[in-house]
Design a protein around this ligand. Structure first.
Ligand code: 1ZZ
Length: 565
């Protein structure tokens, strides 16, 4: 019998491929792809890459829409002795200029020798290479190649993971084989060694989609389906139906994905589906909101979803992927903290706490802020909360989240100045604020996106949480950004939809509840294109704040400015 706890090397599946992946094609049909077939094509492409001049340690930009070609190129590069650098494909026409700029930066920061891509992306890839000023060769993946190939001596790095954070410049995270293999193993154990992962629609160039939604199931040879983000956005029911028909034990997506399912799917569309096989629903990559977990459970609970399956998690590309997660089979803990008690360096008061299995109605009060736990460090990871001088602080004291782990990456590919995430000795200082309570981690947000008012940090995520249920239209968004305007800490809300005049005062009051009323609030109606997101869907707040200050936000119409009125 197979020893299920033995760690697997990244390339082992190529030698003994047994499982099956499925890919959703353009017509909406699931196409089975047995791993022996995927392995043969991967070997064929590895041989081709060597013939094209790939040498050990060369970096190769991997540019594909989700599908078997991504797997073939990613592992083809690894088997050929190179290091893959996944690059986000262009999303929609109209944003091609922006994509070309970003792609050129990635090609140059990765110092790539080759770019391997889909036939339909070759021209764009060539444009991006020209702009990068490098002499990288663009080549098409060959899905018919299937020669035998012996893996070559491995590159020093298993992956260069690009992450853009809230600023515009992408940073390449240097991920070693040990980093990747150890984090895959930790995640696999944390999700309790499922037989089948599920279906992922997450982008494959982002750490959560790449490691969680692709490498864990492939390296572990679990049955798994992949669909593209736009296919999920168009019809989230396709994703949901897989789980409802018993395929997959693990869901994984950010809070906004769970929100999206709740807004787009109605209970009558779920008739006949049964979600009792779902063991874990991971929520990570952004603030996990209690109201979202409740709404998701309200939708799927009557169809068999176990509330204990909701497992928030925290992580970042600089730590390969996962850092903490709520333990398997345990409900996440939510704590209610009085508004304004979250002062820097003072113990915050936890006035009420509840597990998801028994937390009941959210009290109708604006005096409490609810925080949902992101669980405990995965095995082998050490998480400390530190103060400004780098000293560890006690429970319930807010500070910066610091991580030590075999999965903490080897630094960035280029010198990055001003990054709020730093590698210092063997520690990763994440640039995220949080606190611990009962040994569990609560994540507040990026320190660099918050403002300080009278010794208190105000996190824009709190402002967004306070607004989104009541004032965001089904397809619209309100993004909160904050910073200093003329020396005064200010919050600016960017809305991509009409805000009726009657809503302006209630919105201002909600923000004042969060800030204590001491912070000027500006409300702007902007064009949707002015809302900037990273390719993994995170708001680029610093970049938008700089444009706000410079008066450069596209189509901005001022609705309200409490400093002016
Ligand atoms: P990235 C089987 N952030 O987002 C699948 N988590 O990386 C297992 N903020 O570098 C999957 N609350 O893009 C396990 N819970 O951004 C997945 O994002 C575990 O500001 C989650 O610094 C992995 C997320 C990976 C990711 C990192 C930044 C962080 C932080 C924010 C991540 C968060 C969260 C609030 C959370």
């Amino acid at each position: 019998m197979e020893n299920i706890s033995a760690p697997r090397g990244l390339l082992d599946w190529l030698e003994r491929p047994t499982g099956q992946f499925e890919f959703l094609d353009d017509r909406g049909t699931w196409q089975p792809c047995p791993l022996p077939d995927l392995a043969a094509r991967t070997n064929g492409n590895a041989a081709r890459l060597r013939a094209l001049g790939l040498r050990r340690d060369d970096r190769v930009v991997v540019l594909h829409r989700s599908g078997p070609a991504f797997a073939v190129s990613f592992f083809g590069v690894l088997a050929a002795g190179g290091t893959p650098c996944p690059l986000a494909p262009p999303q929609a026409t109209g944003y091609v200029e922006r994509w070309l700029e970003g792609a050129a930066r990635v090609i140059s920061a990765s110092a790539a020798r080759l770019v391997v891509t889909d036939p339909e992306l070759v021209d764009l890839a060539n444009d991006a290479v020209r702009r990068s000023g490098r002499s990288a060769t663009v080549c098409e993946v060959d899905m018919s190649a299937s020669e035998d190939f012996q893996p070559q001596a491995a590159a020093e790095l298993a992956l260069v993971q690009f992450t853009s954070g809230s600023r515009a410049t992408p940073r390449g995270v240097r991920v070693s084989w040990e980093n990747l293999e150890s984090n895959i193993e930790m995640i696999y154990r944390w999700i309790n060694r499922p037989e089948s992962l599920g279906t992922s629609w997450l982008p494959l160039h982002h750490d959560m989609g790449l490691v969680g939604g692709f490498l864990v199931p492939l390296v572990r040879q679990l049955r798994h389906g992949l669909m593209r983000p736009e296919q999920f956005i168009k019809n989230p029911l396709i994703w949901l139906e897989r789980y409802g028909t018993g395929i997959g034990q693990v869901m994984v997506m950010p809070n906004f994905g769970y929100d999206y399912v709740v807004r787009r799917v109605s209970p009558d569309q779920l008739t006949g589906l049964d979600f009792s096989a779902v063991e874990v629903a991971v929520s990570g990559a952004e603030r996990v909101r209690r109201s979202t977990l409740d709404a998701f459970y309200d939708l799927l609970g009557p169809f068999g979803l176990d509330r204990k399956s909701m497992q928030p998690a925290y992580g970042l590309a600089e730590a390969t992927l996962a850092v903490t997660g709520v333990r398997f089979g345990e409900p996440p803990l939510a704590v209610g903290v009085p508004r304004g008690s979250d002062r820097q360096s003072a113990e915050i008061a936890v006035v009420t706490e509840a597990g998801a299995d028994r937390w009941g109605e959210e009290p109708a009060t604006n005096d409490l802020v609810w925080h949902v736990s992101c669980g405990q460090p995965l095995s082998g990871i050490d998480v400390t909360i530190i103060d400004d001088s780098g000293q560890p602080v006690g429970e319930r004291i807010i500070g910066e989240i610091a991580v030590r782990a075999p999965s903490v990456a080897k630094g960035y590919t280029q010198n990055v100045s001003g990054s709020s995430t730093r590698f210092v000795a063997d520690q990763l200082l994440t640039g995220d604020a949080g606190f611990k309570h009962r040994g569990e981690l609560f994540v507040l947000g990026r320190i660099g996106d918050s403002i300080q008012v009278r010794g208190r940090n105000i996190y824009v995520e709190d402002v967004e949480s306070a607004l989104s249920d009541a004032f965001v239209r089904a397809s619209g968004r309100i993004v909160a950004i904050a910073g200093s305007r003329d020396g005064v800490p200010t919050i600016c809300l960017l809305s991509d939809h009409e805000i009726p005049v009657v809503d302006v005062d209630p919105i201002r009051r909600r923000v004042e509840d969060v800030t204590g009323g001491k912070v000027p609030v500006v409300l702007l109606r902007v064009r949707r294109s002015a809302l900037e997101y990273t390719s993994s869907g995170k708001p680029r707040r610093v970049s938008m704040w700089n444009k706000f200050l410079a008066g450069e936000l596209a189509g901005a119409v001022e609705i309200h400015d409490s400093a002016a009125s």
